[in-house]
Design a protein around this ligand. Structure first.
Ligand code: NAG
Ligand code: NAG
Ligand code: NAG
Ligand code: NAG
Ligand code: NAG
Length: 479
């Protein structure tokens, strides 16, 4: 009855929230956990329960039993302890009602102490004895239904229903006479069974409360390094379908410890994908806004500039090497060293297309001459580099290949008169193709190590890019 009332209240809440609270928040990272992934998580949960539930002490049981010939005997079972729980079969299903976990064929081993006393008119003293016993619980069945909601950006797990049923138990008594054995078994089987059922149900309730506070304690922001943090606030209630459990998180980068209200990102709804979860545990979908927000945070933090004062062929950074391209530079500053002050002039434009990530990077390159220890800026050339990145996941982690598509150069300002931009472009083209792109590809080939999460990492991962989304389908393994 209470359950029915709760259910109606919940239903009202759902209808209410959907009608009146029009949420305009969108998740930019989606996590879909397939049935295979849920099985994996369920097995972890069961293993954890098997080890953390025991030893589990049950309240002592007292009973007076009438035994033929002997008379009325007072029996006490104490120190009843579940020492071991073993689950052989469990299943998890998602559906309209919630997450349903069914355990069938679990067994448990118990130990206990027994004691009896009785007095009879035949003897002047009361008789008592004590010993120990082991109990084996067979065919225990456990079922629970969980609901998962999002509350203030955290996942909230609650137990809607649970039940535990003990099918059969057998008792082995050490010490005692056969009359005692029969009396004990007959009188206590039912009581021990229901004590086990009650204790297990209570333990499951506590276990879910613990799991819920663990979920609640998960941070809403994960620091990536000392500049950026990833917003992992959950958005909307998890969606339960027959084939998966779908979660959405905000997923945008922000400057660390700074509240950035980023309204400029609007993802398109209804991402479809070529990456199927059927044979993988999870699918992670990243919207291109995640990459945009990351690049914008790094840009704002002033992390996108480089001073180039060392190159493999150092003579390139001397005015002498440039005398045919920029003769006036050589004339003014003969044989002086040059440094290049390169900075990204506005956040790179990122678009995720079919199997590739397009990026346009606007750069300003200031040519500095080092003359008698003074740094003299002489000219600034603006460039716009358009490249495609082909991402892959290999044993090295996340890797990729960059292909240069196109680039433009223009003169921003100059203190040394006009420059021959077509010559400059030719030099830059050679430099990009022969030096920069191979260097970047070498770095990319080394790969970015994919972080492990609480001791689990991705395995057999595949990556796909389509219209505005990157999809990663993967299994999980413990590290
Ligand atoms: C039995 O339980 C009592 C009370 O819980 C405890 O004091 C005692 O140490 C236990 N004995 C054994 C052998 O576990
Ligand atoms: C496990 O339990 C489910 C349902 O309770 C049942 O359909 C399945 O056959 C069982 N599997 C094994 C291996 O016993
Ligand atoms: C549990 O009981 C069964 C049957 O008596 C026995 O085979 C098994 O070894 C016991 N397990 C433990 C951990 O005591
Ligand atoms: C993180 O995301 C949540 C939900 O979209 C939002 O309310 C919150 O302001 C975000 N936090 C930061 C620091 O951007
Ligand atoms: C490089 O350029 C930035 C601004 O674009 C300037 O703040 C910085 O001082 C320059 N550094 C050198 C070594 O020229």
């Amino acid at each position: 009855m209470a359950y029915a009332n709760n259910f109606i209240a919940l239903l009202f809440l759902l209808i209410f929230s959907h009608t009146f609270v029009q949420s305009d928040e969108e998740g930019h990272i989606k996590l879909e956990i397939s049935n295979k992934g849920l099985d994996f998580l369920n097995n972890l949960l069961i293993k954890e329960a098997e080890s953390s539930f025991v030893p589990l002490e049950l309240p002592k049981i007292e009973k007076s039993v009438k035994i033929p010939i002997v008379g009325k005997v007072k029996m006490v079972l104490s120190n009843i302890t579940i020492e071991r729980i073993h689950v052989t079969n469990s299943t998890v299903k998602t559906g309209d009602t919630g997450i349903v976990i069914a355990v069938s064929g679990a067994s448990a081993n118990l130990t206990m102490k027994w004691k009896y006393s009785y007095s009879t008119w035949l003897l002047p003293i009361s008789i008592s004895d004590e010993g120990s016993a082991t109990v084996e619980v067979e065919g225990m069945e456990i079922g629970l239904t969980l609901s998962m909601k999002t509350l203030q950006g955290s996942l909230k797990l609650s137990l809607l229903e649970s039940g535990c049923y003990v099918k059969a138990i057998s008792i082995d008594l050490y010490g005692g006479a056969s009359w005692l054995y029969q009396g004990l078994v007959d009188a206590f089987k039912g009581k021990i069974s229901s004590a086990v059922e009650d204790a297990m149900s209570k333990k499951i309730e506590d276990g879910i409360i613990n799991l819920d506070s663990l979920l609640e304690s998960l941070p809403k922001e994960v620091p990536i390094n000392d500049i950026a943090a990833l917003n992992v606030t959950f958005i909307d209630d998890p969606e339960l379908t027959e084939s998966s459990l779908d979660l959405e998180i905000n997923g945008l980068f922000s400057a660390k410890n700074e509240v950035v209200v980023s309204n400029q990102y609007h993802r398109m709804l209804g991402a479809s994908s070529s990456c199927k979860t059927a044979n993988r545990m999870v699918r992670i979908s990243l919207h291109e806004d995640v990459l945009k927000s990351a690049s914008s945070v790094y840009f704002e933090a002033g992390k996108m500039h480089w001073i180039v004062d060392k190159v493999p062929d150092q003579s390139l950074l001397n005015t002498a090497e440039w005398r045919f391209i920029v003769p006036q530079l050589y004339k003014l500053y003969p044989n002086d060293n040059i440094i290049l002050n390169i900075s990204v002039s506005s956040p790179p434009i990122i678009k995720i297309g079919n199997q590739q990530i397009h990026s346009t990077i606007p750069l300003d390159m200031v040519l500095d001459v080092l003359d008698a220890d003074k740094v003299i800026p002489v000219a600034c050339i603006s460039m716009s580099i358009s490249a495609s990145i082909y991402a892959e996941i290999s044993q090295n982690g996340l890797t990729g290949i960059v292909k240069l598509n196109d680039f433009t150069v223009s003169l921003q300002w100059s203190k040394i008169g006009d420059l021959h931009m077509h010559l400059i472009k030719a030099v830059m083209s050679t430099t990009l193709k022969a030096l920069i792109v191979p260097y970047v590809n070498l770095q990319l080939w080394k790969g970015f190590h994919l972080p492990s999460f609480h001791g689990y990492k991705l395995q057999n991962a595949q990556i796909f890019c389509t219209d505005s989304w990157i999809f990663i389908c993967s299994d999980l393994v413990s590290t």
